[in-house]
Design a protein around this ligand. Structure first.
Ligand code: F6R
Length: 621
């Protein structure tokens, strides 16, 4: 979590750092800070503020801050409350060494105790604060050693995951970067007289002139930037090669384009996202697919019999849809797994038989990444279904498909979810076409995928005012249930997650058949239910479950198929969607739920793009 920005060059650092922070804000936004070295006046400017980035900007706006080297940070609290004392950068006792950090130093308590015994003073509770003091102590013990060498020596003392950037008044033209697990990238122009550092590839689109080359630091490396030079070594000082990152997204995606929030923009751009993700991948003549990212290892991939689909949160919900698709159409044993749980289970795994597919929008989620490392060590073939090009999980998997839907900025995932399901459908076809998926099923998949963008485009504009009104009608309720069966059980889970994460309303999802096994006890006239009830293979069962809720006076909002005449006689409100092929229906049925959560959050006066306590990219375990 948290976002890091750094700059060295000949321009004023302040505006570059602040703009850079905006691009990593989704990684955490409960406090922010920056340090800028002004070599002309031999001083380091240092500012931190709790709360939104706006608070830091308000502090800095009236100030003229010289200096062309700086580091900045936006925090998502792990150790210590979001306060000024805990905001980054952190400094040593003399205010010379400034450090920003992402990740967690697991043995910080022990190191802090030693440092306090050695006379170091601490002001906050964060694990990060030990880093400048460790470096200060190392420099004190080894006065002839340079900052870089001292930094190298302290890295081996810190356990856990980290990406850090160090600015030292003793080495004023340089910044020192170190990375173990947590991602860190930097870019430069051809003359190498300007460097931009970020924890997120998205930042580099803001400054194409400093991003002629973008480099991701390999794990366990140390980089010294400055004086027109780049030195990359491992923690043992052996030179390392940089990993180039392709920049193929455009800045256009990072704008709200007239929408009040990124979340609204991302919900409404789903037709385009689906077109982009599907483009050039389906071959209608053979009712199949060609997935470039899998071609090289096609034979090995297709030889597997069992697949683990692994992700977190929304990506886990997509993996559940994927599980059903693989089981029904690709003739494969499929397991949808929550990454943070999967990592710690002891499962019999067989490299010859098993395959893992990692689903992640950001490609940086620590729990998911942890599973990649674990499974790679066990020689399991790992594929990625990732949105962020060049992200850590994409690089670690090496094989897979990109979503190609542009950055998702709103913290609540929307377009990534529907595109993940579309890609899982493509992957089902990939396996199905070489196994025994029938031509008619394959054709239905292809035709439905092809028609979905247009269907959504038409539907979303009809639904939008209806759902806005629905949110107003239901805004007084404090609990919601989301029910769905088979393919739309994951849709219900996703609907409940959307509502709770951005509107802070309690919401739970159940497979509709499970209601009678306990949850039905909660139903009163104050506990509404969203019921996903398309005209599909489980329709009759859903109708019975809906009646059971109505018999207990529970208000029901049903989402059903246009032309349905039965649902209307049971539910209090019905939203109608066009008929859709059942296995791919979650793509369409999740959209009204995204809109409902969005309007609820807006009605309650919350910013849906930056929900409290959360961050877009979850890089802690
Ligand atoms: C919810 C949401 C999260 C993410 C989860 C995994 O709206 O966005 O639940 O889905 O943190 O993130 P990725 O897909 O980046 O691995």
């Amino acid at each position: 979590m948290c976002g890091i920005i750094g700059y060295i060059g000949n321009r004023e650092a302040k505006p570059i750092l602040l703009r850079g922070l905006e691009s990593v804000l989704y990684r955490g936004y409960d406090s922010a800070g920056l340090s800028i070295r002004d070599e002309k006046n031999k001083t380091t400017h240092y500012y931190r503020s709790p709360g939104k980035l706006e608070n830091l900007k308000k502090k800095l706006d009236p100030l003229s801050i010289g200096g062309t080297v700086g580091i900045a940070h936006t925090r998502w609290a792990t150790h210590g409350i979001p306060s000024e004392e805990n905001a980054h950068p952190h400094r040593d006792c003399h205010g010379k060494i400034h450090v920003v950090h992402n990740g967690v130093i697991e043995n910080h308590a022990e190191l802090k105790k030693q440092l306090i015994a050695e006379g170091h003073r601490f002001f906050g509770q964060t694990d990060t604060e030990i880093i400048p003091h460790l470096l200060e102590e190392e420099k004190k013990q080894n006065p002839t050693m340079n900052t870089r060498e001292c930094l190298r020596r302290i890295l081996s003392k810190m356990e856990g995951a980290f990406a850090i950037v160090v600015m030292d008044a003793d080495g004023p033209d340089s910044l020192f970067l170190a990375r173990k697990e947590s991602p860190l990238l930097f870019s430069y122009n051809n003359e190498q007289n300007e460097f931009l550092i970020s924890s997120d590839p998205g930042t580099f689109y803001l400054y194409p002139d400093i991003a002629q080359k973008v480099v991701a630091m390999p794990p366990e490396t140390l980089v010294a930037l400055g004086g027109g030079k780049i030195e990359i070594t491992d923690f043992e000082s052996k030179p390392q090669s940089p990993i180039s990152v392709p920049m193929n997204e455009t800045e256009e995606f990072a704008q709200k384009q007239g929408f009040p929030h990124f979340m609204a923009k991302e919900i409404f751009e789903q037709p385009k996202a689906l077109r982009d993700t599907l483009s050039g991948r389906m071959i209608s003549d053979i009712a199949g697919v060609k997935l470039g990212g899998l071609e090289q290892q096609k034979e090995s991939i297709l030889s597997k019999e069992k697949i683990f689909l692994i992700g977190c949160g929304t990506s886990f919900h997509a993996s559940l849809v994927g599980k059903f698709l693989f089981e029904e159409f690709a003739d494969m044993e499929a397991h949808a797994e929550i990454a943070s749980l999967f990592r710690y289970r002891k499962l019999p795994l067989h490299p010859k038989r098993d395959l893992a597919l990692f689903i992640s929008q950001s490609g940086e989620t620590a729990d998911t990444l942890g599973c990649v490392t674990e499974l790679k060590n066990k020689n399991i073939l790992c594929l990625g279904l990732i949105n962020r090009v060049g992200s850590t999980i994409a690089r670690e998997c090496g094989v897979g498909i990109y979503q190609r839907i542009g950055p998702e900025i709103g913290v609540a995932s929307t377009k990534a979810f529907t595109a993940q399901i579309a890609n899982l459908a493509l992957l089902t076809l990939f396996f199905g076409q070489s196994k025994n998926m029938s031509l008619s099923d394959r054709t239905l998949f292809i035709n439905t995928l092809n028609s979905l963008p247009d269907i959504i485009e038409k539907t979303i504009n009809i639904l939008d005012p209806q759902i806005k009104k629905l949110a107003e009608d239901y805004s007084k309720f404090t609990n919601f249930l989301f029910l769905g069966r088979k393919y739309n059980y994951p849709t219900a889970m996703e609907g409940a997650l959307k509502l709770k994460e951005i509107s802070y309303i309690h919401a739970e999802a159940y497979e509709s058949g499970e209601m009678k096994h306990g949850p039905l006890a909660m139903i009163t006239d104050q506990f509404p239910t969203f019921f996903l009830c398309p005209n599909d293979s489980v329709y009759a069962k859903n109708i019975s479950n809906m009646q059971e809720i109505k018999a207990r006076s529970g208000p029901v909002v049903a989402i059903a198929t246009v032309g349905d005449t039965q649902v209307d006689t049971i539910a209090d409100q019905v939203l109608y969607l066009p008929p859709i092929y059942e296995p791919l229906s979650p793509i369409l049925y999740s959209i009204p739920l995204q809109l409902f959560a969005y309007y609820m959050a807006v009605l309650k006066g919350y910013n849906p793009d930056l929900p409290r306590n959360l961050a877009k990219s979850v890089t802690v375990q």
